[in-house]
Design a protein around this ligand. Structure first.
Ligand SMILES: C[S@@+](CC[C@H](N)C(=O)[O-])C[C@H]1O[C@@H](n2cnc3c(N)ncnc32)[C@H](O)[C@@H]1O
Length: 191
């Protein structure tokens, strides 16, 4: 909690929160996830690992979780705390998701769970990340994103078939959860 708080104060735009998410929100985020045999999950913007912990409780023994966290302090904190053969933790940028996945031998993944503050990002950063998510999600996969405000909703809907599946009032602050499906015909050039 203290690590999160210090890092949050240092970079409020990239962080987008001053408190780690609650287990209530983590449960809402994971409700659409089918923890089937061999499932491959990506977590973007893991912070201190509130979702990571919940994903690992449910992940089957042959499942894989690739975690990306941009902040070096938070990434090393995660690496020190989470030692699990099912997990790869990367200090890295969600905007380069595809190249990380390729380097680990993954093509498309089943689920992308995101705590990124996409509503705070500049357009170019947001579009890059949404496009990487779209390109690296399997056709039947799901991208699940939480947000405190709906500022990003229209941007997300312009790329994905999206619906709001929860508004978690027990989180601090309360948060919306988006469940998004890939739009096979999507191309940034068409918009
Ligand atoms: C709102 S916090 C969420 C943390 C955690 N998932 C939770 O819900 O408690 C957002 C996290 O995204 C990370 N982040 C911001 N931009 C990123 C990027 N481009 N790639 C990867 N992580 C990023 C921040 O460092 C921060 O830890």
């Amino acid at each position: 909690m203290w690590t999160f708080f210090k890092e949050a104060l240092g970079g409020i735009v990239s962080h987008g929160a001053v408190m780690p998410s609650t287990s209530f929100l983590a449960k809402d985020m994971l409700r659409p996830v089918d923890m089937k045999k061999g499932v491959v999950i990506v977590e973007l913007g893991a912070g201190t690992g509130s979702f990571t912990k919940e994903i690992l409780k449910r992940l089957p023994s042959d499942g894989k979780l690739v975690v990306l966290e941009l902040n070096p302090i938070l990434a090393s904190h995660l690496k020190a705390r989470i030692v699990d053969p099912r997990v790869i933790i990367v200090e890295g940028d969600a905007g380069k998701l595809g190249s990380y996945l390729k380097s680990f031998g993954y093509d498309r993944v089943d689920y992308i769970i995101s705590g990124l503050p996409i509503g705070n990002f500049r357009r170019v950063v947001r579009e890059r990340i949404l496009s990487e998510i779209n390109n690296n999600l399997s056709d039947t996969g799901r991208y699940i994103q939480f947000q405190y405000f709906l500022a990003s909703w229209r941007h997300v809907r312009s790329v994905f078939d999206a619906k709001i599946i929860a508004y978690e009032v027990r989180n601090v602050p309360p948060a919306f959860v988006y469940e998004c499906k890939k739009r096979i015909d999507f191309s940034l050039k068409k918009r």
